[in-house]
Design a protein around this ligand. Structure first.
Ligand SMILES: Nc1ncnc2c1ncn2[C@@H]1O[C@H](COP(=O)(O)OP(=O)(O)OP(=O)(O)O)[C@@H](O)[C@H]1O
Length: 258
Protein backbone atom coordinates (compact mmCIF):
# COMPACT_ATOMS: atom_id res chain seq x y z
CA UNK A 1 0.00 0.00 0.00
CA UNK A 2 2.66 2.41 1.10
CA UNK A 3 4.82 1.80 -2.02
CA UNK A 4 2.16 3.10 -4.34
CA UNK A 5 1.68 6.33 -2.37
CA UNK A 6 2.49 9.21 -4.70
CA UNK A 7 2.02 11.79 -1.96
CA UNK A 8 2.31 11.51 1.79
CA UNK A 9 1.65 14.30 4.29
CA UNK A 10 2.69 13.43 7.83
CA UNK A 11 1.57 15.34 10.88
CA UNK A 12 1.48 18.71 9.09
CA UNK A 13 0.90 21.82 11.19
CA UNK A 14 0.59 25.33 9.77
CA UNK A 15 0.57 28.47 11.87
CA UNK A 16 -0.38 31.97 10.78
CA UNK A 17 0.75 34.46 13.42
CA UNK A 18 0.23 31.89 16.14
CA UNK A 19 -3.13 30.65 14.79
CA UNK A 20 -3.02 26.98 13.85
CA UNK A 21 -4.87 26.67 10.54
CA UNK A 22 -3.74 23.03 10.19
CA UNK A 23 -3.08 20.86 13.22
CA UNK A 24 -1.21 17.60 12.74
CA UNK A 25 -2.89 16.65 9.47
CA UNK A 26 -1.85 13.47 7.68
CA UNK A 27 -2.91 12.40 4.23
CA UNK A 28 -1.81 9.64 1.90
CA UNK A 29 -2.63 9.75 -1.79
CA UNK A 30 -2.20 6.68 -3.95
CA UNK A 31 -1.26 6.59 -7.61
CA UNK A 32 -4.30 6.97 -9.84
CA UNK A 33 -6.51 8.18 -7.03
CA UNK A 34 -9.22 10.85 -7.29
CA UNK A 35 -9.53 12.18 -3.74
CA UNK A 36 -11.99 14.75 -2.52
CA UNK A 37 -11.04 16.97 0.41
CA UNK A 38 -14.09 18.43 2.10
CA UNK A 39 -14.96 20.23 5.32
CA UNK A 40 -16.62 23.41 6.55
CA UNK A 41 -15.27 26.89 5.86
CA UNK A 42 -11.93 27.47 7.49
CA UNK A 43 -11.22 23.73 8.01
CA UNK A 44 -7.76 24.10 6.47
CA UNK A 45 -8.36 22.46 3.10
CA UNK A 46 -6.88 25.18 0.91
CA UNK A 47 -3.98 25.57 3.32
CA UNK A 48 -3.21 21.85 2.86
CA UNK A 49 -3.06 22.33 -0.91
CA UNK A 50 -0.84 25.38 -0.32
CA UNK A 51 1.52 23.25 1.77
CA UNK A 52 1.70 20.49 -0.85
CA UNK A 53 2.49 22.89 -3.70
CA UNK A 54 5.01 24.85 -1.63
CA UNK A 55 3.07 28.10 -1.35
CA UNK A 56 2.91 27.80 2.44
CA UNK A 57 5.60 26.35 4.70
CA UNK A 58 4.37 24.12 7.52
CA UNK A 59 5.76 24.86 10.99
CA UNK A 60 6.12 21.12 11.50
CA UNK A 61 5.44 17.89 9.69
CA UNK A 62 6.62 16.41 6.43
CA UNK A 63 5.45 16.09 2.83
CA UNK A 64 6.92 13.31 0.70
CA UNK A 65 6.45 12.97 -3.05
CA UNK A 66 6.84 9.75 -5.01
CA UNK A 67 7.68 7.72 -1.91
CA UNK A 68 11.08 9.28 -1.38
CA UNK A 69 11.46 12.98 -2.18
CA UNK A 70 11.03 15.28 0.82
CA UNK A 71 9.34 18.36 -0.63
CA UNK A 72 8.52 20.05 2.69
CA UNK A 73 11.12 22.78 2.28
CA UNK A 74 11.22 22.99 -1.49
CA UNK A 75 10.20 26.07 -3.44
CA UNK A 76 6.99 26.27 -5.45
CA UNK A 77 8.70 26.07 -8.84
CA UNK A 78 10.80 23.07 -7.75
CA UNK A 79 7.67 21.24 -6.62
CA UNK A 80 5.94 22.08 -9.90
CA UNK A 81 8.94 20.75 -11.82
CA UNK A 82 8.88 17.52 -9.82
CA UNK A 83 5.35 16.95 -11.05
CA UNK A 84 2.76 18.54 -8.79
CA UNK A 85 0.40 20.88 -10.66
CA UNK A 86 -1.89 23.29 -8.90
CA UNK A 87 -4.98 24.91 -10.30
CA UNK A 88 -6.36 27.87 -8.42
CA UNK A 89 -9.97 29.01 -8.49
CA UNK A 90 -9.43 31.94 -10.84
CA UNK A 91 -8.33 30.75 -14.29
CA UNK A 92 -4.89 31.90 -15.40
CA UNK A 93 -5.35 31.66 -19.13
CA UNK A 94 -4.32 34.23 -21.73
CA UNK A 95 -7.70 35.65 -22.78
CA UNK A 96 -6.61 37.40 -25.97
CA UNK A 97 -4.93 34.28 -27.37
CA UNK A 98 -6.73 31.34 -28.94
CA UNK A 99 -7.45 28.13 -27.08
CA UNK A 100 -4.82 26.36 -29.15
CA UNK A 101 -2.19 29.06 -28.51
CA UNK A 102 -2.82 28.78 -24.79
CA UNK A 103 -2.11 25.05 -24.97
CA UNK A 104 1.02 25.66 -27.05
CA UNK A 105 2.34 28.05 -24.42
CA UNK A 106 1.72 25.52 -21.66
CA UNK A 107 3.60 22.87 -23.60
CA UNK A 108 6.55 25.18 -24.21
CA UNK A 109 6.72 26.00 -20.50
CA UNK A 110 7.22 22.34 -19.76
CA UNK A 111 10.06 22.05 -22.23
CA UNK A 112 11.85 25.08 -20.80
CA UNK A 113 15.06 26.49 -22.19
CA UNK A 114 15.96 23.37 -24.17
CA UNK A 115 12.74 23.50 -26.12
CA UNK A 116 14.21 25.54 -28.93
CA UNK A 117 17.34 23.37 -29.15
CA UNK A 118 15.76 19.94 -29.00
CA UNK A 119 12.25 20.64 -30.14
CA UNK A 120 10.28 17.59 -31.17
CA UNK A 121 8.60 17.64 -34.53
CA UNK A 122 5.69 19.99 -35.01
CA UNK A 123 3.61 16.97 -35.93
CA UNK A 124 4.03 15.38 -32.53
CA UNK A 125 3.19 18.67 -30.83
CA UNK A 126 0.05 18.98 -32.94
CA UNK A 127 -1.00 15.47 -31.97
CA UNK A 128 -0.56 16.18 -28.28
CA UNK A 129 -2.46 19.44 -28.47
CA UNK A 130 -5.17 17.75 -30.55
CA UNK A 131 -5.46 14.98 -27.97
CA UNK A 132 -5.64 17.50 -25.17
CA UNK A 133 -8.32 19.54 -26.95
CA UNK A 134 -10.34 16.35 -27.31
CA UNK A 135 -9.94 15.43 -23.65
CA UNK A 136 -11.09 18.82 -22.38
CA UNK A 137 -13.97 18.86 -24.86
CA UNK A 138 -12.85 21.90 -26.85
CA UNK A 139 -11.77 20.56 -30.27
CA UNK A 140 -14.34 22.73 -32.05
CA UNK A 141 -13.16 25.85 -30.25
CA UNK A 142 -9.42 25.54 -30.89
CA UNK A 143 -9.33 28.83 -32.78
CA UNK A 144 -11.60 30.73 -30.38
CA UNK A 145 -10.19 33.53 -28.32
CA UNK A 146 -9.88 32.03 -24.82
CA UNK A 147 -11.52 35.12 -23.33
CA UNK A 148 -14.68 34.28 -25.28
CA UNK A 149 -15.13 30.86 -23.68
CA UNK A 150 -17.76 30.15 -21.03
CA UNK A 151 -16.68 30.01 -17.40
CA UNK A 152 -16.64 26.19 -17.45
CA UNK A 153 -14.71 26.03 -20.72
CA UNK A 154 -12.06 28.38 -19.31
CA UNK A 155 -11.62 26.03 -16.37
CA UNK A 156 -11.23 23.05 -18.71
CA UNK A 157 -8.71 24.93 -20.81
CA UNK A 158 -6.65 25.64 -17.74
CA UNK A 159 -6.83 22.00 -16.71
CA UNK A 160 -5.67 21.10 -20.22
CA UNK A 161 -2.77 23.54 -19.90
CA UNK A 162 -1.74 21.96 -16.61
CA UNK A 163 -1.96 18.46 -18.08
CA UNK A 164 0.40 19.36 -20.92
CA UNK A 165 3.00 19.93 -18.22
CA UNK A 166 2.53 16.28 -17.32
CA UNK A 167 2.05 16.48 -13.57
CA UNK A 168 1.82 13.23 -11.62
CA UNK A 169 -0.36 14.94 -9.04
CA UNK A 170 -2.98 17.55 -9.83
CA UNK A 171 -4.39 19.78 -7.06
CA UNK A 172 -7.69 21.54 -7.75
CA UNK A 173 -9.48 24.08 -5.59
CA UNK A 174 -13.25 24.13 -6.12
CA UNK A 175 -13.10 23.38 -9.85
CA UNK A 176 -16.88 23.39 -10.36
CA UNK A 177 -17.64 26.64 -8.51
CA UNK A 178 -19.82 28.80 -10.74
CA UNK A 179 -20.40 26.06 -13.31
CA UNK A 180 -23.76 24.99 -14.70
CA UNK A 181 -24.98 21.48 -13.79
CA UNK A 182 -24.00 20.23 -17.23
CA UNK A 183 -20.52 21.72 -16.96
CA UNK A 184 -20.20 20.24 -13.46
CA UNK A 185 -20.97 16.74 -14.76
CA UNK A 186 -18.52 17.12 -17.62
CA UNK A 187 -15.86 18.24 -15.17
CA UNK A 188 -16.49 15.16 -13.03
CA UNK A 189 -16.04 12.92 -16.07
CA UNK A 190 -12.89 14.80 -17.01
CA UNK A 191 -11.41 14.36 -13.52
CA UNK A 192 -12.16 10.63 -13.65
CA UNK A 193 -10.40 10.38 -16.97
CA UNK A 194 -7.40 12.31 -15.65
CA UNK A 195 -7.19 10.01 -12.63
CA UNK A 196 -6.61 7.02 -14.92
CA UNK A 197 -3.06 8.24 -15.40
CA UNK A 198 -2.50 10.71 -12.58
CA UNK A 199 -3.49 11.35 -8.99
CA UNK A 200 -5.92 14.15 -8.27
CA UNK A 201 -6.86 16.01 -5.08
CA UNK A 202 -10.00 18.14 -5.28
CA UNK A 203 -11.05 20.60 -2.57
CA UNK A 204 -14.79 20.91 -2.96
CA UNK A 205 -17.89 22.37 -1.35
CA UNK A 206 -20.45 21.15 -3.87
CA UNK A 207 -21.74 18.06 -2.06
CA UNK A 208 -23.88 16.85 -4.97
CA UNK A 209 -20.76 16.83 -7.11
CA UNK A 210 -18.73 15.02 -4.44
CA UNK A 211 -21.48 12.42 -4.03
CA UNK A 212 -21.52 11.75 -7.78
CA UNK A 213 -17.81 11.45 -8.38
CA UNK A 214 -15.95 10.64 -5.16
CA UNK A 215 -14.73 7.19 -4.27
CA UNK A 216 -12.68 8.27 -1.27
CA UNK A 217 -13.31 11.41 0.74
CA UNK A 218 -11.17 13.11 3.39
CA UNK A 219 -13.01 15.36 5.82
CA UNK A 220 -11.16 18.12 7.66
CA UNK A 221 -12.45 20.15 10.56
CA UNK A 222 -10.61 22.88 12.46
CA UNK A 223 -7.31 21.93 10.87
CA UNK A 224 -7.57 18.24 11.68
CA UNK A 225 -8.53 15.03 9.95
CA UNK A 226 -12.09 14.27 11.04
CA UNK A 227 -12.91 11.26 8.88
CA UNK A 228 -11.69 9.42 5.81
CA UNK A 229 -13.54 6.85 3.76
CA UNK A 230 -16.16 6.30 1.11
CA UNK A 231 -18.89 8.89 0.72
CA UNK A 232 -21.32 6.45 2.40
CA UNK A 233 -18.99 6.02 5.38
CA UNK A 234 -18.46 9.76 5.65
CA UNK A 235 -22.16 10.52 5.44
CA UNK A 236 -22.96 7.90 8.09
CA UNK A 237 -20.51 9.47 10.55
CA UNK A 238 -22.28 11.43 13.29
CA UNK A 239 -19.39 13.83 13.85
CA UNK A 240 -19.29 14.66 10.15
CA UNK A 241 -23.04 15.20 10.10
CA UNK A 242 -22.72 17.48 13.07
CA UNK A 243 -19.82 19.64 11.97
CA UNK A 244 -20.24 19.56 8.25
CA UNK A 245 -23.02 17.80 6.44
CA UNK A 246 -25.67 19.07 8.84
CA UNK A 247 -24.67 22.63 8.19
CA UNK A 248 -24.14 22.11 4.49
CA UNK A 249 -27.47 20.35 4.07
CA UNK A 250 -29.16 23.68 4.63
CA UNK A 251 -26.87 25.24 2.06
CA UNK A 252 -27.66 22.39 -0.36
CA UNK A 253 -31.35 22.93 0.06
CA UNK A 254 -31.10 26.66 -0.55
CA UNK A 255 -28.87 25.98 -3.56
CA UNK A 256 -31.24 23.51 -5.15
CA UNK A 257 -34.25 25.71 -4.62
CA UNK A 258 -32.48 28.85 -5.80
N1 LIG B 1 -2.50 33.70 5.01
C1 LIG B 1 -3.26 33.53 6.10
N2 LIG B 1 -3.08 34.28 7.19
C2 LIG B 1 -3.83 34.10 8.30
N3 LIG B 1 -4.82 33.19 8.40
C3 LIG B 1 -5.05 32.42 7.33
C4 LIG B 1 -4.30 32.53 6.12
N4 LIG B 1 -4.76 31.62 5.23
C5 LIG B 1 -5.76 30.95 5.85
N5 LIG B 1 -5.93 31.43 7.10
C6 LIG B 1 -6.91 30.94 8.09
O1 LIG B 1 -6.68 29.55 8.24
C7 LIG B 1 -7.92 28.85 8.38
C8 LIG B 1 -8.01 27.78 7.30
O2 LIG B 1 -8.18 28.41 6.05
P1 LIG B 1 -8.35 27.61 4.69
O3 LIG B 1 -8.53 28.60 3.60
O4 LIG B 1 -7.26 26.62 4.55
O5 LIG B 1 -9.70 26.81 4.96
P2 LIG B 1 -10.62 26.06 3.93
O6 LIG B 1 -11.00 24.77 4.57
O7 LIG B 1 -9.99 25.98 2.60
O8 LIG B 1 -11.86 27.02 3.91
P3 LIG B 1 -12.83 27.46 2.72
O9 LIG B 1 -13.61 26.26 2.40
O10 LIG B 1 -13.64 28.55 3.33
O11 LIG B 1 -11.97 27.92 1.58
C9 LIG B 1 -9.01 29.89 8.30
O12 LIG B 1 -9.38 30.23 9.61
C10 LIG B 1 -8.34 31.06 7.60
O13 LIG B 1 -8.90 32.29 8.01
Amino acid sequence: MKESAILQCDDVTVEFDGFKAVRGMSLQLLKGELRFLIGPNGAGKTTMLDVICGKVRPSSGKVTFGGKVDITRKKEHQIAELGIGRKFQAPSIFPSMTVEENLEIAMRQKRGVFATLFAKTRGEDRDRIGGQLQMIGLPDKASWRAGGLSHGEKQWLEIGMLLLQEPEVLLLDEPVAGMTDKETDKTGELLREIARQRSVVVVEHDMAFVRSFASKVTVMHEGRLLKEGSMDEVQADDRVAEVYLGKRRDADVSRSTA
